[in-house]
Design a protein around this ligand. Structure first.
Ligand SMILES: Cc1ncc(COP(=O)(O)O)c(C=O)c1O
Length: 407
């Protein structure tokens, strides 16, 4: 089985070495053909049509949610909400929480230092507009969460804990079971809401919302082989039922009079105003089917373990390069952020681009974390199942050349 052959972009650009999958993954033919087939044969708006096309389109939309629910361990596809992007998804979540009165002035939201801006800025908006507090949990030298610091910050004002599962910068996998135990020990049944950013875990390994004990979880389709513009918000049904949606129109509305409206009773419709991203939903369905077709997450994890070990060994053997991430392959994914002290990250990424190698430069939407390390400019190379040991060799060969020429 040659997985690279499943990705037409690699065939169409034979010299290209794509090492930017943490930003977005490439798409397999199964997804591309699946979306084409949908647009050519089944496309119609859902919910309001009684004709066959609309019916089939709606069935595919629901099937997509069933597959997603199943992939993340939820028994109820109605807990799955699709939105168009992280900005919308996170603001829908935070603003709905605020509208429902689950936070008030002075209440605290705990996040980690290494969060993606997507899990910081929407909380800072609530801080700016309504006076909630946002506090940061420290990260230890081995890039894991500082659980002592976490424990010390769990006071009566903490109403929400929102943590990433895997860092998009260090690649570290956080031990969320430990976080969950600390919450249980400190609060018992009266726990703060526990929210998980799974944007970098769902593309790497099988997750289970039940064993994470979270109230809400979110991730994006485009990092897991689906199209861009389709984001997943999973909310536990009880939590979802209690929330007042922050935005409303279209299918999210039941009745509208001149002066009033009522939200749709059904979940998840009340949280999905307007026409959803129908082809995006189909692409997500096909993306999870594709993972199943290559023997599921097991295969993905096997390839990841081998290439991660391989790349880590190389990072440890190259002079002048500082890896911003742990060296235990069991506790991390294949995202490698690094800096070369006296060379600007854009110079390195430009040099790589001139050699047909795609990497990323700057702060990877984790500015508070990198600033805490006195770093602003770093590079990031990241892998996926279509990469090979030869890609990694070539990357290091060019990196060495870049260091010699640019220093
Ligand atoms: C951990 C994490 N959260 C959120 C996001 C935001 O995703 P998007 O780029 O789709 O807005 C990313 C994207 O890199 C991420 O890595």
């Amino acid at each position: 089985m040659n997985i690279r052959n499943d990705f037409p972009i690699l065939k169409n650009n034979p010299d290209l070495i794509y090492l930017d999958s943490t930003a977005t993954s490439q798409k397999p033919s199964h997804v591309i053909d699946g979306v084409k087939d949908y647009l050519e044969s089944w496309y119609a708006n859902i919910h309001r049509g009684s004709y066959d096309l609309s019916d089939t389109s709606e069935k595919l939309y629901e099937r997509s949610k069933q597959v997603v629910a199943n992939a993340i361990g939820s028994d109820n596809w109605r807990e799955v909400i699709y939105t168009m992007n992280s900005t919308y998804a996170l603001n829908l979540l935070t603003q709905s929480i605020w509208r429902t009165g689950l936070l008030k002035k002075g209440d605290k939201v705990l996040v980690s230092m290494v969060e993606h801006h997507a899990n910081i800025v929407p909380w800072l908006i609530l801080k700016e507009d309504y006076g909630i507090e946002v506090e940061y949990i420290n990260i230890l030298d081995d890039y894991s969460i500082d659980y002592e610091d976490f424990r010390s910050k769990l006071d009566d004002n903490v109403k929400i804990v929102s943590l990433t599962h895997v860092s998009n910068t260090t690649g570290q996998i956080f031990d969320l079971e430990n976080a969950n135990s600390l919450l249980n020990m400190r609060y018992g049944n009266d726990r703060p809401l526990f929210i998980v950013d799974a944007s970098q875990s769902v593309p790497h390994f099988k997750i289970d919302v039940k064993s994470l004990w979270c109230d809400a979880l979110f991730f994006t389709g485009h990092k897991i082989f689906a199209d861009s513009g389709i984001w997943v918000l999973w909310w536990k049904e009880d939590f979802l039922k209690s929330l007042r949606p922050a935005f409303s129109w279209g299918g999210a509305i039941w009745h509208v009079s001149q002066w009033e409206f009522t939200h749709a009773a059904q979940l998840p419709d009340r949280f999905e105003p307007g026409t959803p991203n129908l082809s995006g939903a189909v692409s997500l369905l096909r993306a999870f089917e594709y993972i199943g077709s290559i023997w599921g997450y097991k295969k993905l994890e096997e390839i990841e373990a081998d290439l991660t070990e391989y790349a880590l060994a190389k990072f440890q053997n190259i002079d002048w390069v500082k890896l911003i991430g742990g060296i235990d392959a069991q506790k991390r994914v294949w995202v490698f952020t690094f800096s070369v002290e006296w060379i600007h990250s854009f110079d390195i990424s430009d040099y790589m681009a001139d050699n047909d190698i795609c990497i990323r430069a700057w702060q990877h939407c984790a500015e508070p974390f990198l600033s805490s390390l006195d770093l602003v400019h770093t590079c990031r190379m990241s892998l996926h199942i279509y990469n090979t040991a030869e890609d990694i060799d070539r990357f290091f060969e060019v990196l060495e050349k870049a260091i010699n020429e640019l220093k």
